[in-house]
Design a protein around this ligand. Sequence first.
Ligand code: CAA
Length: 241
Amino acid sequence: MSKVALVTGGSRGIGAAISKALQAAGYTVAANYAGNDDAARAFTEETGIKTYKWSVADYDACAAGIKQVEAELGPIAVLVNNAGITRDSMFHKMTPQQWKEVIDTNLTGLFNMTHPTWAGMRDRKYGRIVNISSINGQKGQAGQANYSAAKAGDLGFTKALAQEGARAGITVNAICPGYIGTEMVRAIDEKVLNERIIPQIPVGRLGEPEEIARCVVFLASDDAGFITGSTISANGGQFFV
Ligand code: CAA
């Protein structure tokens, strides 16, 4: 029986590429999404991957959603915490709402998804958790105090949980994508993207979602069993830790 992988935000952007790559690697994939029903329907039609709608910002919804996925597909072996949002604004203009939405989804979302999955992984003595952080959690980004704080928090969460999971056969790792050619990045003002951001990427281009998906497949594999608490930076040379 193939292992079950659950990918949050798994029907669009980097998440869709991750879902497809895990499917191609032989996993039974469940793709969670929060809002875009049309995109989820089209994704299922294209790939055959089942989609499940709930917000990672809601603990009870996560617990119920995970229960449903496990009842339908089997115990979750791989959890990819990919769902994320931006509410970019210079700090002096940032509202408490913009702060809260990003923290609730991009940081608390990891707690909400991982906590209900953890006990089962511990019982089975096997698990792979891959958290999608960001280059901007490593270096900080003007206009993203909320996002940078959440994504840096994701890295602390990863390192703490890696230590707890190690003896239970659970690895917990992070990937920090740089600027990848998804809707999220294309939503940045074109002038800002072309004149301020792309010139800072040494390889001279945006990354491809598949380039992040391949990192996830590796970290999810049995071959990566000795790697835990680590961060893979996939950013075209824009930032070295
Ligand atoms: N450092 C310091 N100051 C900066 C700055 C920077 N990097 N960028 C802009 N500023 C300054 C500007 O020079 C300007 O100063 P003055 O008023 O003195 O001229 C001031 O900040 C305001 O800048 P803007 O005119 O750009 O302000 P705005 O309100 O129109 O837009 C913004 C603000 C929406 C944050 C816009 O600057 C922006 O989109 N920046 C890019 C943010 C970014 O990189 N987001 C990443 C999204 S993708 C993602 O998050 C995925 C991932 O993980 C990588």
